[in-house]
Design a protein around this ligand. Structure first.
Ligand code: HEM
Length: 484
């Protein structure tokens, strides 16, 4: 597949992406592309037309890129659209009983119980934990020789996992963190591919190889998480005043305000695993893509570094809100490389979308990747330009043309958490380091549940020459001591 990208022209950087196909693939070629990289199935038509219906034997889907039609599906007529089995099956290997896969009343109760702890104001309490993890990464990189080549995608994945560990179980995992992380990676590798059986819509009882591969790691998680919950329950019973106010405690105390119902044991476990699974790789990809895009733009590298120098000196409260240019880079990275490329729904009753009739049972796809690069919705859609997300330009973006976190009642519950974390970590990194792509390293977006750089992201990590704020060094070396 041809990659459409130029890393040469810094003024007008067109980040790498598969060139849309002139015409749709046959069934056999489609299955091949899905296995290799599902990002390669989009055709020109998808990026030029508001509604595109694709038909291959066994499978029909309507890709909807008209903002009002998207709003109709995700908000105005949301009751008529349930999550498609395809999406549920992809997401559900092991995430059963969690918010991501729940439907109906079970979803409503869980959502009302969990949303308040991840709301914009509430996540500000996690700033110190996020900063501490970011500083630990800075300290780790400072121990490398200047100019070392690191897989930055792997580094930021470790950061996002650590942030979740610190905010969910602030008193530790009760297991070897390395073992925990290895199992998590194994889990993602096992379920990270779209199974051809899912694409063909084969019934659930047809075994999926990917599910079988994930079983040992899923068992490991269930056991590890059960231990942590049991330990915390004991603590709550014996020494309630000494219990940390982290996400685990909040989940144990959470209840639906309407019914008063709390989470069952299975829901507790399911949601802890769901928060880690839904929250770590997505945010890590946002960070990895932001670092890559910055490496290609001297202007934005300087702007974001200058902002870090300016703002890190001030109060930690509201820091993420003051890093507006850093956030604009992240939002632009989420536009060009949305970690969740597409979401799908099934119409329950017949409907009409932007004048196109939709029959009951039809699958509709809302694809942030397509929306965000759509010719009718964006100027120079394939060009990296964070200015779109600053000031008045930001306000002009149609709410339903930019959906990295989805929209409507099932909007990502961790959006504020993710944006705050990515902003703080990116700023902490550019404050101390300048990253350049390793010579000869080819960057290519690959879709495996989330949209990640294929083969990681090999970058040269150099210390920044600019003077650093006094007091910084002591803080970093203090942080570095326990883990050194
Ligand atoms: C940049 C990072 C992230 C992106 C791009 C992202 C994207 C999304 C999207 C698009 C959805 C909606 C899917 C749909 O409509 O079918 C979603 C749902 C969800 N996300 Fe995120 N997410 C991110 C980070 C996080 C984090 C940090 C957490 C948890 C701490 C999280 C937890 C969830 C959960 C639990 C749901 C299901 C919500 C529900 O169905 O009520 N996500 N996410």
């Amino acid at each position: 597949m041809m990659l459409d990208g130029s890393i040469q022209n810094p003024g007008l950087f067109r980040p790498p992406a598969p060139a849309p196909r002139a015409k749709p693939l046959s069934l056999i070629a489609l299955l091949g592309a899905v296995k290799h990289n599902p990002l390669e199935v989009w055709t020109k038509e998808h990026f030029e037309n508001a509604i595109v219906t694709s038909r291959v034997p066994f499978f029909q889907a309507t890709v909807v890129s008209h903002p009002r039609a998207v709003q109709h599906i995700l908000l105005d007529n949301v009751g008529n659209y349930r999550r498609a089995d395809l999406q549920r099956r992809i997401l559900s290997a092991g995430l059963s009983d969690g918010l991501l896969t729940a439907e109906g009343e079970q979803w409503r109760v869980q959502r009302h119980a969990i949303a308040p702890m991840l709301a914009r104001k509430a996540v500000q309490n996690f700033v110190p934990a996020m900063m501490e993890v970011a500083e630990r990464l800075v300290a780790r990189w400072l121990r490398h020789p200047d100019g070392d080549i690191l897989d930055v995608a792997a580094e930021v994945t470790q950061v996002t996992l650590e942030v979740l560990e610190r905010t969910i179980f602030s008193d530790g995992l009760k297991r070897d963190p390395a073992e925990f992380r290895t199992a998590m990676r194994g889990y993602f590798d096992a379920i990270g591919r779209l199974d051809p059986a899912d694409v063909l819509g084969l019934p659930g009882f047809v075994p999926r190889l990917s599910r079988w591969r994930a079983r040992p790691t899923l068992r490991f998680f269930d056991a590890a998480v059960d231990d942590i919950i049991a330990h915390r329950r004991r603590l709550l019973a014996e020494t309630p005043d000494a219990v940390p106010r982290d996400i685990l405690t909040l989940l144990l105390e959470a209840h639906d305000p309407q019914s008063g119902r709390g989470l069952s044991e299975a829901e507790l476990r399911g949601n802890i695993i769901t928060l880690i699974a839904a929250g770590h790789e997505t945010t890590a990809n946002a960070l990895a893509w932001s670092l890559f895009l910055l490496s290609q733009s001297e202007e934005w590298r300087e702007r974001v570094a200058a902002e870090a120098d300016r703002e890190f000196g001030g109060d930690i409260d509201g820091l993420a809100d003051r890093l507006v240019e850093t956030r604009a880079v992240i939002e632009e990275a989420l536009r060009l490389y949305p970690p969740i490329v597409a979401t799908s729904r099934v119409a329950i009753e017949p409907d009409e979308l932007a004048g196109t009739p939709v029959r009951a049972g039809a699958m509709v796809v809302v694809a942030p990747y397509v929306l965000h690069r759509h010719r009718l919705l964006w100027e120079r859609p394939d060009i990296f330009d964070p200015r779109r997300f600053l000031g008045e330009a930001r306000r002009e973006i149609d709410r339903y043309a930019y959906l990295p976190f989805g929209a409507g009642p099932r909007i990502c519950v961790g959006a504020a958490f993710a944006l705050q974390e990515a902003t703080l970590v990116l700023s902490a990194l550019v404050r101390d380091f300048e990253l350049a792509l390793a010579p000869g390293f080819n960057v290519e977006p690959l879709l495996r549940i989330t949209l990640r750089p294929k083969g990681g992201l090999a970058m040269i990590v150099r210390r920044r020459k600019a003077p650093r704020r006094a007091g910084r060094q002591e803080r970093v070396s203090e942080m570095a001591r326990p883990s050194a």
